[in-house]
Design a protein around this ligand. Structure first.
Ligand SMILES: N[C@@H](CCC(=O)N[C@@H](CS)C(=O)NCC(=O)O)C(=O)O
Length: 279
């Protein structure tokens, strides 16, 4: 029997309303660390180390990267849905931890030095969790460079190109052939690059790593980007191997009810998601 995902709550659409005591101070990477005075333990207070990581999440390929990593590492976490169709990504509380108004982000109550830390950008989160746990992100420099190469390849190439292919194929009000062909072809080229790489190794950087976790969600949605996995036999084998992992199954099984109810034809939703300019 597959274990259920290691999460405490998935239904709450209320942003930043943790069920556990919230840490007093969040130290972001850019902020100067502040030494918090140790508080005398009371019966009601929850020790920092026992607090789960908060995952600010929406069920998309970028969100899956992090739920997969948390599941793979067996880290306790709580899902905080951020309803991007309602504009919750622009709330001041969320912007304080994710200034790019995008999910995913995490808040780790037990960060470096035992103090809370928030992290945004899925690649940075994967690297942080890899360093924190010593898992799926090798310490050996040569092995780490290989993981970084494929992680950055995903962040700068596969993710953005697949995102645009999806947009122009499914959401653009006019079917612009040039844009559809441009991004569909680019995703096809990138799938080909992965397929060639995977012809000679089991995973992108040799061993299963955060680089594979970064890519798998985009391959899962291949059809939406106009791709046929049968064209890429090594990529298909890789995808099926990863999809069969119990942790990945648990991550993909997380349901956020509000997300299933989003109507992408709703003019309000479209204005929020597709009408963004500088604020
Ligand atoms: N580079 C960012 C991209 C994150 C991103 O694009 N997230 C999307 C969901 S997949 C989002 O938050 N969209 C909200 C919006 O478009 O307003 C990362 O990898 O974390």
């Amino acid at each position: 029997m597959p274990r259920s995902p290691r999460i405490r709550a998935v239904k709450s659409a209320k942003l930043l309303t943790p069920k556990v005591a919230r840490p007093k101070r969040v130290t972001s990477n850019s902020a100067k660390p502040t030494r918090a005075k140790p508080k005398p333990a009371t019966r009601k207070s929850v020790p920092q180390s026992k607090l789960p990581i908060e995952l600010y999440y929406w069920p998309t390929p970028n969100g899956w990267k992090i739920s997969i990593m948390l599941e793979e590492c067996g880290l306790p976490y709580v899902v905080r849905p951020v309803d991007i169709s309602k504009g919750e990504q622009f709330s001041p509380q969320f912007l304080a931890i994710s200034p790019n108004d995008r999910v995913p982000a995490i808040l780790d109550p037990n960060g470096p030095g035992g103090r809370p830390i928030s992290v945004f950008e899925s690649g940075a989160i994967l690297q942080y969790l890899g360093r924190k746990t010593g898992q799926f992100y090798p310490r050996d420099e040569r092995a780490r460079v290989a993981v970084d190469e494929w992680l950055f390849w995903q962040m700068g190439g596969l993710g953005p190109m697949a995102g645009q292919a999806n947009h122009f194929r499914r959401y653009a009000p006019e079917k612009i052939a040039y844009a559809i062909d441009r991004y569909t072809n680019e995703v096809n080229r990138l799938f080909g690059v992965m397929n060639t790489r995977l012809a000679t190794r089991e995973f992108l950087a040799g061993r299963y790593s955060i680089a594979d976790m970064a890519c798998v969600g985009w391959v899962r949605l291949a059809e939406r980007m106009g791709q046929e996995l049968a064209q890429f036999p090594h990529l298909k084998r890789w995808f099926e191997t990863i999809r069969a992992r119990p942790a990945v199954k648990r991550a993909f099984a997380i349901r956020v009810e509000a997300a299933s109810a989003v109507d992408m034809k709703d003019p309000n939703v479209r204005a929020i998601l597709f009408g963004q300019t500088a604020r």
